[in-house]
Each structure stands twice: as structure tokens, then as C-alpha cells.
Design a protein around this ligand. Structure first.
Ligand code: FRU
Length: 479
């Protein structure tokens, strides 16, 4: 693997010099250059956080998957590390696909999918997928240990292992597609990372809920268990499932050795345009955190013209509170805050009120009194490309994008809270926006592509009046 890694690093060094800064994030993790998709191997290990990710260092397009790598003291400031895995063995010839990391007696261990195209690249009907192990003593350089698990009979799509330790066993969930093209999650139990037995089918698609379930993740949250997965093949329905693929969760109860008893049907984790393949991990103090790929397969990615593509969402804490999942930005993000300004209460009547001339890297919180607002549409605008607005007629909060030069149009939305106040906490970076509604009752994450002149931020109200209760904003430090 050493030579292949060196070749990849060489290509990356050249590509970094040519990378265009225009859309490159100030405070999100993105590849140094080239392509990025799923987060992999997220873990807090021996005093630092590791984020690995699906990476193609040779171009800004998806290709034979490597594992890129970055480390951080706080999940917020990331430092790039050498590429951790390069494909090329007989069992991972065409890609080191997604997977996870665990600490095995002090040894940082990666469990990933070795992918091989049997009838040419991109032909999904003939592939071989197996689970593989790689280990490291220093947390930076990895040695492949080979295949540790092959698929059960009749299953070909078999990928994205998420491993954890519980009691005196290892456990692993794997995404699969059964012989009848139904997505499923398989649960394995291991006496070591090299010795796995199928425990059971943990969950599977019912009608119309996906032909393949990618990137499963399974963990306790409060008294319950959450099964996260990213199904392919769910069709759009009304306001839901608008993206090509979805990421969501099932809630239920589970004990080792038992079935997963599902109590709540599949629900999307995020409602923006760009959120896929989230993976969770435990923070140093035990909080359950997720990070997702903030893009979607087959979407337009204008940053490719600048030699890179893909970035991660901010890390988010998951909690169950009052029987609802809450998703909030990790507390560590406040360390990015620099210049602060508060926004006074005001009535905005049929006008646009300029707030910030150039919103580059910004956190902004606004609180609105819904019952005292009559406007048909009100909220925030970034240039003429992005609107985050209440639609009073539909009773929804919308995130609307308008970048016709890139062929990007359209909106995503969530229902308005039924009580009176709407709090919007928004993070804006060079090419992304993340909206946290009422302390994490809902989130919307989307890539945006504003030109420099499309960065003024304004508050607005159309056809009536909007009651702004208060607000704050901060410039954010670039890393
Ligand atoms: C999800 C996914 C995974 C796979 C990886 C390949 O986005 O399709 O199932 O392991 O990406 O890059």
C-alpha cells in the first residue's frame, strides 16, 4: 500500500496548489483537494478526534475510494493528515468503501468495505463487497490486515460496517440489499475483530422504503436505541424524501441477543438538500455526535471547477427530549465566535432590511414572534440566491435556493412550530448553510453557491409585517 499512498499524496500536493479558494469552506471539513463523500471512522481516540472520509485524491470526481484523514482536538478545528488507506489489494482493488473505527486494546482499528467491480466500473449488478480490517499503532499510519467477513449467500451489496463494543462482544451493523432488492441492516456479533457470526437481520425495508440501505449506525440514546441508515430508492412524497437518497432513523428498543423492536417509523434526520451518510461517535464526555456528508449523489457541485468537491456538516449532538429527537450544533462551535453584534427587536413591514454587507463565515440567531407576524413571507435573504423564510400560507419554514447559473433552484421545508416563537440558528460558510430550528427540533442543511456580490444578508417581510423579537450574530474564525 505504501507506494500507492505515496502516489496519492503526490497527486494531492499538486492538486492543492491549483485549488480555487472561491467556495472553499472557512470552518467545515473538506478535502485538501479532490473529491470527498461519506464520513468514515469517526472516533475520539487517545485524546483527539479522528475523521476519516471517502476520498479520491486524483480528481474532483468520485473514483477508486481512498480514506482521507483529519484530526482535531475539539471536532471544530481540523488538521489534515496523510491519506490512511489506498485501494489496490485483490479484495479492495476498486475501492476502500465506507466503514468505522474502534479502539481494540489501544490499537486504532478501521473496519471498511473492500469493493471490486466484476463487470466494469459503475456496473452495480456485478460487484464483490467484503469487510476488511486495518490497524495502526500511531493513529496515522495503517497496515491492512485483510478480509474479516464475506457476505451471506445471495447477498452482493454488503457494505459500510459500523462496529462497537458492548458487554464482552464486538457488534457490527452492515448495510445490505437482499435477493428481492429490499434494503436491510444485518447485525453481526464478534469474539474479535476477525471473527464474526451473523446474529440476525436487524431491520429491513417494507414496501417502498428502499432497495438498498447504506451506512447503518446503531446506538443507545437515553433509554432507547436509534438505527440510522441511508436508504436508496425511497420516492418523494409531498414535502418528504425530496432528495435523490435519504438519511433517517428508526427508534426502538434493543438488548444484545434480542430483536430490535421498532417504536417509531423511519423519519428523515435533516430536511435540506444536502445531507447523506451520517455517522455517529461518542465525544470525549459521552455525548452522541453525528457528522454527515453535506452533499447528495448526482447533484451539481460547482466547486469542481476549482479542483475539489464535498464537505462535511458541522458536528451535531443528538438527544431525546420530551419524546423528540433534538439535533444541535456541538457546544465547541462557540469557540469559533469572534465579533458579536446583537439585533434589536423590530417590526419589519413590507421591506428588506440590510444587516451584514458580506456574510462570509457567520453564525446568526434570530427569534420571531409568529403570532404577531402577518407577513405572507418573512425571514432572511443572502443576496438573491438564498432565502430562509416563513411561508405563512403553507405554515412552513422554507429554505429556497436560486442559483440559475448552476442550474440550482427549488426549496426544502419543515412545518412551523405550533407554539409562538420561532428561533433560527444559522451557520453560513462559503458554500453551505445549516439551519437549526427551535433548539434542534428540525435542521436543514444545503450547499449554496453565492458569487461575492451575492453575500449581503438582509431581513425581510413581504405582504405584511414580521415581528422580530431579538437576534445575535458573530463572525466566525476560519481554520
Ligand atoms: C454512501 C456510499 C456507501 C459506500 C460509499 C462509496 O454514500 O455509497 O454505501 O461505501 O458511498 O464511496
Amino acid at each position: 500500500m505504501k507506494q500507492r499512498l505515496e502516489r496519492a499524496e503526490d497527486a494531492l500536493r499538486t492538486a492543492v496548489k491549483q485549488r480555487d479558494a472561491a467556495f472553499y469552506p472557512h470552518f467545515h471539513l473538506a478535502p485538501p483537494a479532490g473529491w470527498m463523500n461519506d464520513p468514515n471512522g469517526l472516533i475520539y481516540h487517545q485524546g483527539r478526534y479522528h475523521a476519516f472520509y471517502q476520498h479520491h485524491p486524483f480528481s474532483e470526481n468520485w473514483g477508486p475510494m481512498h480514506w482521507g484523514h483529519a484530526t482535531s482536538p475539539d471536532m471544530v478545528h481540523w488538521q489534515h493528515q496523510p491519506i490512511a488507506l489506498a485501494p489496490g489489494e485483490e479484495y479492495d482493488r476498486d475501492g476502500c468503501f465506507s466503514g468505522s473505527a474502534v479502539d481494540d486494546n489501544g490499537v486504532l482499528s478501521l473496519i471498511y468495505t473492500g469493493h471490486v467491480w466484476l463487470k466494469g466500473e459503475g456496473n452495480d449488478s456485478a460487484i464483490r463487497e467484503v469487510q476488511c480490517l486495518a490497524t495502526s499503532d500511531d493513529g496515522i499510519h495503517f497496515t491492512k490486515q485483510g478480509v474479516v467477513l464475506t457476505p451471506p449467500p445471495g447477498i452482493m451489496h454488503f457494505r459500510d460496517p459500523k462496529v462497537w463494543r458492548e458487554g464482552d462482544s464486538w457488534w457490527m451493523v452492515i448495510g445490505a440489499r437482499d435477493a428481492d432488492d429490499r434494503g436491510q441492516v444485518l447485525l453481526y456479533r464478534g469474539s474479535s475483530l476477525r471473527d464474526w457470526q451473523l446474529d440476525r437481520v436487524l431491520a429491513q425495508a417494507v414496501e417502498h422504503s428502499g432497495y438498498m440501505w447504506e451506512c447503518p449506525d446503531f446506538f443507545a440514546l437515553g433509554e432507547e436505541h436509534l438505527l440510522i441508515c441511508s436508504p436508496q430508492g425511497i420516492r418523494a412524497r409531498g414535502y418528504d424524501y425530496r432528495n435523490l437518497f435519504q438519511s433517517g432513523y428508526l427508534r426502538g428498543e434493543w438488548q444484545p441477543g434480542d430483536d430490535f423492536v421498532i417504536s417509531h417509523a423511519f423519519s428523515e434526520l435533516d430536511h435540506g438538500h444536502d445531507f447523506y451518510a451520517p455517522q455517529s461517535f461518542l465525544a470525549a464526555d459521552g455525548r452522541r455526535i453525528i457528522i454527515a456528508w453535506m452533499d447528495m449523489w448526482e447533484s451539481v457541485m460547482p466547486s469542481k471547477a476549482g479542483g475539489w468537491a464535498g464537505c462535511m456538516t458541522l458536528p451535531r449532538e443528538l438527544r431525546l427530549q420530551n419524546d423528540r429527537l433534538r439535533i444541535t450544533p456541538v457546544a465547541e462551535l462557540t469557540t469559533l465566535r469572534r465579533t458579536h453584534q446583537s439585533i434589536a427587536a423590530s417590526q419589519i413591514h413590507n421591506r428588506s432590511e440590510p444587516l451584514i454587507a458580506d456574510a462570509g463565515a457567520l453564525e446568526i440567531i434570530t427569534r420571531w414572534d409568529l403570532s404577531a407576524s402577518s407577513a405572507e413571507s418573512f425571514g432572511l435573504k443572502l443576496g438573491d440566491g438564498l432565502k430562509i423564510a416563513v411561508d405563512s400560507q403553507a405554515q412552513r419554514l422554507t429554505l429556497q435556493r436560486h442559483y440559475p447559473q448552476h442550474g440550482i433552484q427549488g426549496y426544502r421545508s419543515v412545518p412551523l412550530p405550533t407554539h409562538g416563537t420561532l428561533e433560527l440558528r444559522i451557520f453560513i460558510d462559503s458554500s453551505s448553510v445549516e439551519v437549526f430550528v427551535n433548539q434542534g427540533e428540525a435542521t436543514l442543511s444545503s450547499r449554496i453557491w453565492p458569487e461575492p456580490e451575492q453575500r449581503p444578508l438582509a431581513l425581510f417581510a413581504e405582504n405584511g409585517q414580521a415581528a422580530l423579537l431579538s437576534g445575535d450574530h458573530w463572525t466566525l474564525a476560519a481554520h
